[in-house]
Design a protein around this ligand. Structure first.
Ligand SMILES: Cc1cc2nc3c(=O)[nH]c(=O)nc-3n(C[C@H](O)[C@H](O)[C@H](O)COP(=O)(O)OP(=O)(O)OC[C@H]3O[C@@H](n4cnc5c(N)ncnc54)[C@H](O)[C@@H]3O)c2cc1C
Length: 378
């Protein structure tokens, strides 16, 4: 059987490996000059491939139940087994994030690339598919060439991080078969906030409890690194919150989540002026909070435990790690085969599934690639 796989990211490489192992003739068409560019950059270059705390509650989709069924078929343990069969050791960190023991994301790409070579998969670079049609067979047009196959796996990614080859133009290939593309927005991304509040704080990094509040109701709370930037906030806690936060929401930061208010009140009595905050919080943060409090202790206390920021937007797709939106899961069957055009399958970020920060998006790439490959083989 001939299969065309469009897109050489984590999902496309994985699907190609699985198909080639079952003796399919696979042509992997990659728009760029290298495979797995996004995978190689993942997890700050360390490759956070999955998480030990796995379940549909960590995902956003138009059909979370289907995500649950997909994860039941191919979950975190399967990912680790699949990768370790290629080589290497994969271990969780204390937060449950699973990385290669060598902590190099590019080495995960290298494992997949080596397996593709071993299996003799025909990989074409600089091969952007601009047209996909069906006349009994699929025809994929790239530049002056047309490739034909009985089945296609479309694994061309979403809109996030276009510097890795994913600008969203591949959605049109699915639209050509009558698919809907749900509106896309960037997630796992820095949040923009009211500039007056973050002035003077650029570069300050702090461990904080971050709450997202919408119309007075808390919709998310999580603890981790918050990094102040020129236009807002970044860091691990913010990336996780960005899966939930929308423009107009309020972020409330507790800079001292382990310290009760009474203990803090006592500490603030010991000195005067901005010196009250010495050894309480980072000095630059202390000075800014003192200024914003107008020197009033109650206001200062409030800012320390519940520093408010209004979300005015995100830094956009260029800086995002994942895409919300895309091809609805509802337009696919249990093996992610198109309900509009049989023998066309989807895998990875092109589908309307995005996970929280922490290895969930790569898990989805591996899960969906396995399901799509299994479908294509049946
Ligand atoms: C900086 C960064 C860090 C990240 N860190 C993590 C992490 O630690 N853990 C985690 O779980 N997730 C992480 N993610 C998200 C995760 O990497 C992606 O969700 C995942 O790699 C998506 O895999 P994919 O194969 O679906 O798509 P991609 O990896 O985006 O691959 C799609 C491929 O298709 C190619 N392509 C596009 N259009 C065409 C076309 N028309 N013809 C041919 N080829 C085409 C592209 O060039 C690209 O190579 C991170 C993302 C970024 C940007």
């Amino acid at each position: 059987m001939n299969v065309i796989v469009i897109g050489g990211g984590a999902a496309g490489m994985t699907a190609s490996v699985l198909l080639a192992r079952k003796h399919c003739n696979v042509i992997l068409l990659e728009r760029g000059e290298r495979l797995g560019r996004k995978l190689s950059a993942s997890g700050n270059g360390q490759g956070n491939v999955t998480n030990i705390d796995m379940g549909p509650e960590h995902y956003f989709s138009d059909d979370r139940k289907k995500v649950a069924r997909a994860l039941a078929r191919f979950s975190n343990a399967h990912t680790v087994r699949f990768l370790e069969e290629l080589g290497g050791i994969f271990l969780p960190d204390p937060r449950g994030r699973v990385y290669p023991a060598g902590r190099q994301a590019s080495a995960v790409t290298d494992l997949l690339r080596a397996e593709l070579a071993r299996l003799g998969v025909d990989v074409r670079f600089n091969a952007q598919v601009t047209r996909l049609s069906f006349d009994g067979n699929f025809r994929a047009v790239c530049g002056g060439q047309t490739f034909s196959a009985e089945k296609v796996i479309l694994a061309a990614g979403g809109k996030a991080a276009p510097n890795f080859g994913t600008d969203g133009s591949a959605y049109a290939l699915a639209e050509g078969f009558g698919h809907t593309v749900l509106p896309c927005s960037p997630v796992l991304v820095q949040l923009r906030c009211d500039p007056a509040r973050v002035r003077g704080l650029k570069g300050v990094r702090i461990d904080a409890l971050l709450r997202v509040v919408r119309r007075g109701k808390e919709i998310y709370a999580g603890r981790g690194d918050v990094l102040f930037t020129e236009s807002g906030v970044s860091g691990d806690a913010v990336f996780r919150a960005s899966s939930y936060a929308e423009k107009g929401d309020e972020l409330l930061l507790d800079f001292l989540p382990d310290v009760e208010e009474e203990r803090l009140r006592q500490a603030l009595k010991r000195n005067t002026g901005a010196e009250k905050l010495l050894c309480v919080v980072n000095n630059a943060l202390g000075r800014a909070l003192w200024k914003q409090s107008g020197g009033e202790e109650a206001a200062l206390l409030h800012l320390l435990k519940s520093f408010p920021l209004t979300v005015t937007g995100t830094l956009g797709f260029a800086y995002a790690q994942a895409t919300r939106g895309g091809i609805p899961l509802a337009e696919t069957d249990e093996n992610l085969q198109s309900v509009k055009r049989s023998r066309l399958y989807f895998a990875g970020e092109i589908l309307n599934v995005d996970g929280e920060c922490g290895g969930y998006n790569l898990q989805w790439a591996f899960t969906s690639a396995h399901l799509a490959a299994e479908g294509a083989l049946s």
